[in-house]
Structures are given as structure tokens and as C-alpha cells.
Design a protein around this ligand. Structure first.
Ligand code: TYM
Length: 334
């Protein structure tokens, strides 16, 4: 607890620009949580190093994601928004917790398996220990809740296992966090292949709708979305393309799938796709506008980063010192 509030933690990797899966699956839900919780949101730039990156591009991406947090509506006075790499406690705790995590557990992670297949020429140790660093992000702030999309659920379960293992040996050091999966948009799928999740790294750029895409581009991508040869707008596992579009529409409007089925009863796919495209494009307009303002206001953004890094460091160091003491590392002589 901080200021009598439960603690909430989440992060996004500093990879490229954010897509509507990141936005509807995570970011949009975060905005409504800042009154109820003490919130920390990192830009996971250390995690982004598990894939070979151009240094200038990584720096730009990290700043883009940070500005996107604010543009999406996270008030930096209420939410602690910072770069993971600027708080060294993350990397320090990660080493210690590596020693409390089994290789077998890490080998089982779906994301590790997927990424190893995708980057067969660079299966580095960071890719394997990625979830340990993620666990440390969360545990350093004694987070109670972690809002994420479904794809991160397995990492959250591992976080709980590692924390419980550590607490079992040393007493109640860590709060055991819970995943918080939003109702709508928890799993937004690719527009080109609705059996795959929407992903920044997809080679087919028509499959991904970016938060910064302009209106025409958004509509064009939705018009091209893969559906089936039927013409009924029904929310069913047998119709993954339409199901995905309904999910996206629900995430953008707050409606339930049954309402959407009624709204488009008797209407064709073309009309439905256009409606989804327009609705999503309109929902993104304010985010894009705010983002453009932030891009021009370097001093404001820099000020936020400085203040919030200090705040994050304070809480992270408190936990790190406790852990160091528990495991028997020598006290620092001041
Ligand atoms: P990342 O950067 O892949 O994704 C950020 C958030 O967006 C969600 N998400 C999606 N939701 C719905 N549909 C999709 N297609 C989709 N794609 C991504 C993710 O679930 C996530 O919530 N390992 C994390 C970053 C991280 C983190 C943390 C998260 C680092 N440390 C600590 C929580 C707590 C990741 O790669 O997210």
C-alpha cells in the first residue's frame, strides 16, 4: 500500500509504435485506474534489448511509448511514468531473482518459445530470463495488481511463483500480485490472420493498426480485414475474423457483443467493417492530437521523466535493500 491505496504496476516494451492491441488491451484500461490505485507504468527498454535494435531507433521508441502513455490520458501527476533502465534496481533485483528461478520454468514460457522460433539466430540468455526481469519490475513496487493483455498472463503466474518461493524462504518480502485482464480488447488479433495476435513485429503491415495511423489508413486496413465467406455478423469462435472485429468494436465503444450483433443484424460485412474502421479512427483522434502536442514540448516531457524517475527509484530501492539484506549481501557503508 502507498498512500492507503493498493499498488498497480504495468509496462510496455519500447518497441516501435503502439498498435490498437496495446491501446485497447492495455493502455485504455489503465487510464480509468489512476484514482483507485497508486500506479506505476514503465517503458520496458531493457526488455527491448532481447532483440537486436538500432540504438537511435530504440531511444526514439522508448520516448514515443512514454509520450503515448501521456497522450492516451495517463496524468503524470497521478501516475508514475518512467524508463525501466533509469531505475537500476530493476536490473539488480533481476540478478538476485535469476537465482530463484528454474531453467525449466523459463523454458516453458510460450513467449520464449515463440520468440526463439522467430529469432533463431539470436536466442540470447536475455530472451530466456525476460520473465524474471518482468517479475522484478512488478515485485520492486510491491504491486497488488498488474493490468495486462491475456498474452502476459503466463508471465504473471511465474512472477507469483517466484515471489512465493522467495517469501517461503525469507518471510513476507514481496506482495503477491494479481493479473488484471480487461473485459474488452484483452486479445486483439491480426487483421490479416485472426488466429494470430496483433503484433508490432508482423511483416504484413495491413494486419496491424497503429495508434498513430491516420483516419484513411485505419479505415483502409479494416476494409481489407480477413473475414469468412458467410455474411452474418455473429460473435462465434467459428468466425474468428468477425469475432475479432466485434471485439475491437466493443473495446472502442464499450458495447457488449450481443448489442453489436443486434446493431448489425441483416447488414453486410462491408458496412460493418467500415463502421469499425470509422469508430476506431475516431477513438484515436484525441490520442494522436495530444501526442503531436507533446512532441513539441520537450521541456515538459523531460520534467515529467525526471520527477517520476526519482519517485520510482525511491520505492524500488526500498524493496531492493530489503531483499539484499535478506539474502545476506553486505550492508553498504555510507
Ligand atoms: P508488450 O509490450 O508486448 O505489450 C504491452 C501490453 O499490451 C498488451 N498487448 C495486447 N493486448 C491485446 N491484444 C494484443 N494483440 C496485444 N498485444 C499486446 C500486452 O498484454 C501488454 O499488457 N512483457 C511485457 C512488458 C512488461 C510488463 C512488465 C508488463 C515488462 N515488464 C511488468 C507488465 C508488468 C510486454 O512485452 O508487453
Amino acid at each position: 500500500m502507498i498512500n492507503d491505496k493498493k499498488v498497480l504496476y504495468s509496462a510496455m516494451q519500447a518497441t516501435g509504435v503502439l498498435h490498437i492491441g496495446n491501446y485497447f488491451g492495455a493502455l485504455k484500461n489503465w487510464v480509468n485506474l489512476s484514482d483507485e490505485f497508486e500506479c506505476f507504468y514503465a517503458v520496458a527498454d531493457l526488455h527491448a534489448l532481447t532483440i537486436r535494435r538500432d540504438p537511435a531507433e530504440l531511444r526514439r521508441s522508448a520516448r514515443n511509448v512514454l509520450m503515448m502513455y501521456i497522450a492516451a490520458g495517463l496524468d503524470p501527476e497521478k501516475n508514475c511514468i518512467y524508463y525501466q533502465s533509469s531505475v537500476p534496481a530493476h536490473a539488480e533485483l533481476a540478478w538476485i531473482m535469476n537465482c530463484f528461478t528454474y531453467i525449466g520454468e523459463l523454458n516453458r514460457m510460450t513467449q520464449f518459445k515463440d520468440k526463439s522460433a522467430k529469432h533463431a539466430d539470436n536466442i540470447n540468455a536475455g530472451l530466456l530470463t525476460y520473465p524474471v526481469l518482468m517479475a522484478c519490475d512488478i515485485l520492486l513496487y510491491q504491486a497488488d495488481v498488474v493490468p495486462v493483455g491475456i498474452d502476459q498472463k503466463q508471465h504473471l503466474e511465474l512472477t507469483r511463483d517466484i515471489a512465493e518461493r522467495f517469501n517461503g524462504i525469507y518471510g513476507d518480502v514481496f506482495t503477491i500480485p494479481e493479473a488484471y485482464i480487461g473485459k474488452a480488447g484483452a486479445r486483439i488479433m491480426s487483421l490479416a490472420d485472426p488466429t494470430k495476435k496483433m503484433s508490432k513485429s508482423d511483416e504484413n503491415q495491413n494486419s496491424v493498426v497503429y495508434v498513430l495511423d491516420d483516419k484513411d489508413t485505419v479505415i483502409r486496413k479494416f476494409k481489407r480485414a480477413i473475414t469468412d465467406s458467410d455474411s452474418q455478423i455473429i460473435y462465434s469462435e467459428d468466425k474468428p475474423g468477425i469475432m475479432n472485429l466485434i471485439d475491437i468494436y466493443c473495446a472502442a465503444t464499450g458495447k457488449a457483443p450481443a448489442d453489436v450483433e443486434k446493431e448489425f443484424d441483416g447488414k453486410g460485412y462491408g458496412e460493418f467493417k467500415l463502421a469499425v474502421g470509422e469508430t476506431v479512427a475516431d477513438a484515436l483522434v484525441p490520442v494522436r492530437e495530444r501526442y503531436a502536442q507533446l512532441e513539441k514540448d520537450k521541456a515538459y516531457v523531460d520534467g515529467i521523466i525526471k520527477e517520476n524517475t526519482e519517485k520510482a527509484s525511491y520505492f524500488a530501492n526500498k524493496t531492493l535493500r530489503k531483499v539484499q539484506k535478506k539474502v545476506g549481501l553486505p550492508e553498504r557503508i555510507k
